[in-house]
Structure formats: C-alpha cells, structure tokens
Design a protein around this ligand. Structure first.
Ligand code: HEC
Length: 103
C-alpha cells in the first residue's frame, strides 16, 4: 500500500504541470540537473568528456534531436537509452529549459 500512496502523491503533483499546456522550464531544469548535467556540462565541457553543449541551442533542434534519439532514427547508444525514458512533455520541458540557458 505504501507504493500505492506514493503513486497517488506523484500523480497529484504531476497533474499540476499536465494542466498547463506551456512547457515548464522548471520541470526541464530539474530533469536536466538530475540526468543530463552528468554528461552535458553547461559551461566548459572537459576535454575528456566531449559531449555536445546544450545551453542556448535552438529549442526545435533540441526537441527533434531528442525525439530522433527516442525513435532511434538517430543512433547513439547512450542517448537512445536516455531519451527512451522521456515523455513528449519531458522533451518539451528540457528543450525549453536548455534553449533559454545562456551558453
Ligand atoms: C551518459 C552521458 C549522457 C547523458 C546523461 C546525456 N547525454 Fe545527451 N549526449 C551524450 C552523447 C555522448 C551525445 C553525442 C551522441 C551522438 O553522437 O549523437 C549526446 C548528444 C545529445 C544531443 C544532440 C546534440 C547535438 O549537438 O546534436 C542532445 C540534444 C542531447 N544529448 C540531450 C540530452 C539530454 C536532454 C539529456 C538528459 C535528459 C542528456 N542528453 C543526457 C551523452 C549523454
């Protein structure tokens, strides 16, 4: 039953953002901090970890790149796995966050 009440709480808090159509840069920011920032350094990606920077990139480009990774029409073992767990809403939020971030 613990799991059930956890699910209820999670879906209640998710309901908040589902009700608004606009992408939430805040939700995007927390996903980015939790997942993406491990590899995509915001400022100076170290030479040993050459991940493409995301800050300040075109929002539509980021969205379509993530959808391509999710559909596996763009192949990257790492990104296919990561994007596979993102919903459309996650992708909108994340693209909205990174595109507004100063490079
Ligand atoms: C484990 C490391 C890792 C994590 C975590 C990670 N990425 Fe990536 N990402 C990569 C690598 C490596 C590439 C380059 C892949 C390629 O060659 O297509 C990449 C490429 C990308 C690209 C394409 C950039 C371009 O210039 O075309 C986007 C967009 C992207 N990642 C977004 C994200 C987002 C959003 C997250 C978090 C949800 C994330 N990544 C998490 C490693 C990672």
């Amino acid at each position: 039953m613990k799991t059930l009440s956890y699910l209820v709480i999670v879906s209640l808090s998710l309901g908040f953002s589902i009700n608004s159509q606009a992408a939430s840069i805040y939700a995007g920011q927390s996903k980015a901090a939790a997942i993406c920032a491990q590899c995509h350094g915001i400022r100076s990606p170290s030479a040993e970890a050459p991940f493409p920077p995301l800050a300040g990139r075109d929002e539509e480009y980021l969205e379509s790149a993530l959808k391509q990774y999710r559909d596996k029409t763009r192949i990257s073992e790492i990104m296919n796995n990561i994007a596979g767990s993102l919903s459309d809403r996650d992708i909108n939020n994340i693209a909205s966050y990174y595109s507004r971030l100063k490079p």
